[in-house]
Design a protein around this ligand. Sequence first.
Ligand SMILES: Nc1ncnc2c1ncn2[C@@H]1O[C@H](COP(=O)(O)OP(=O)(O)OP(=O)(O)O)[C@@H](O)[C@H]1O
Length: 598
Amino acid sequence: MSLSYYWSKLHRKTPPKPDASAHPPGHVASALGLSSAGATLGLLWHSYAGSSAKLLVLGSLVETGRRLFRWLVERFRIEYCTTMHLNAGDPAYEWVILLLTQERVWQRSREFVVSASSSRRKWAVRAAADAARRENADYVPTYQRPQLFRWRGFWVEIKRSGALTMDVPVGPFGHAVQGGSLSVTIYTLDMNVLSEFVEDAYSRYVQVNRPHVVVHLIDAQFGPNQPWITTKRKTKRPLKSVILPEGVVESLVADAQEFIDTESWYLEAGIPHRRGYLLHGPPGTGKTSTIYALAGALNLEIYALSLSARFVDDSYLQRAASAIPKHGIFVIEDIDCAFPVRDEDDEDEIAEAMAMAQSRGGGRARQQRGARTAVTLSGLLNVIDGVGSEEGKLFFATTNHIERLDAALLRPGRIDRKVQYELATSAQAAALFMRFFPATRFPELAASGAPGVAGDEAQTLEELAAAFAAGVPAGEFSTAELQGYLQGHKTAPREAGRGVGGWVEEERRDRLERARVQEEKRAKARERKALALAGAGMGLRPGVPMMGAGVPMMGTSVPVQDVGVPAPSAVSVPDAEIPAPPAVNGIPKAKADVTTAE
Ligand SMILES: Nc1ncnc2c1ncn2[C@@H]1O[C@H](COP(=O)(O)OP(=O)(O)OP(=O)(O)O)[C@@H](O)[C@H]1O
């Protein structure tokens, strides 16, 4: 019987029958005409009370039933279901989300996060019915409400908890991030089904990613508990697209493959199953490209971080490294950041000198001298050694300054193989030219002496490549610089081949100019430092008038006696010329820029 029935009963309009026994005849009240009103009220009261009591009982019954049912469901879940919890940022979470997307569990979703399509990997669903239509946005279901679906004959329930799936801008570098966790309940008692579910999710994941290299990046937004929460997908790069001296890339790939294949040998020999590589050389010579190509060739995923990211400290690094699964490639870029640099023009030293001048101590600045990361050397070594305790990891470090690295890092067991990268040779320049202008795209230049073309115009691609290589002085330009030049002539191989001489001259002029500006800056920095150090030696404080000492104060004009620099009789040092570098997390800003792997 429905509640509305009881409700209508309660409010029915039919007058109640008078109860004769309750009001005997001749009663005073009856004489006053109150008797019938009282009777009516009494009846109404009885009627309301009865109905309310009934409602109360009914409500209690319903509530008890509901609780009982919930309890039974819970008991059933505990007794007859297996549940797993997956946290965002863990690789298994990614696999399961992909499975849900492929199983079209999202079909009943009513909430999606929409973001413009980008290289950031999202397991998005298609909004358009027409599969051929290109969509400019990704639609990611939030799975906020519990969803039930069938998988291989089992009922599976998924429930999402925690923060919503989001794609929010993080700093100037891109987007983050997915948050929260996912619980998957399978209605079975068989644990094997659970692992089959995860294995199925994993094999789908591998299948989908086969044409790509998956790159996991760190993210300040979600902190150290979920370090690898941002994931990018890059098209695989063929090994031969990395132009290095003959056999270098191939031997690296063979080495890494052998490492993966000989796990049991490592175990038997009692050697930690890990291998470390150091790729070093000038910027833009192909270090990062080599790692990407290798990862693509071996179907491995990359976990890349840069030590110069301001939020990376020892504990972050530790957590990030231990979250990398087996056979992941752990890449630390700019590893030299962890090693102090003594540079007489270093901004840190100037900052220290200025801090000393201002506070007669400069203790805080002193601690930071030369540090371009919050990671300490011992923290870094611990992590690299720790990589060994977690089996099957490949470790790659890149640096432009091998001379800054500590011998402790370079010892075998931490770095097992070093590869030196050089500025482009003539052979590399020619190979790069041929990569830019393949015969398939320029068939008219593939064969010598194209019909109707005479003289200089008759050059083939090979000849143009040779002309290009001859015009590039060996060991002077990085491959990235040559690539930049060729990109400007994408459709004009002839111009690219012949115009390289002019470009080289222009580049040389630019370099000279840049060197001159740099030298001027350094000279100014030296001067500022000397003044600041002299100020520190005298115990000066800004704003305190100097008595007797011939050291200039900021914003004052005083005679100089001996500050270690050739000085005119009076030097004016305006405040604006000695800016204290703003500190970010205690690191002077000039040195604290975040970099991310692309
Ligand atoms: N040897 C190379 N072969 C092919 N392309 C290269 C090579 N070196 C550099 N490039 C190109 O130059 C660009 C930068 O290369 P990459 O990032 O690999 O250099 P890097 O040595 O890692 O530089 P950095 O030290 O600044 O990180 C990429 O677009 C890459 O394609």
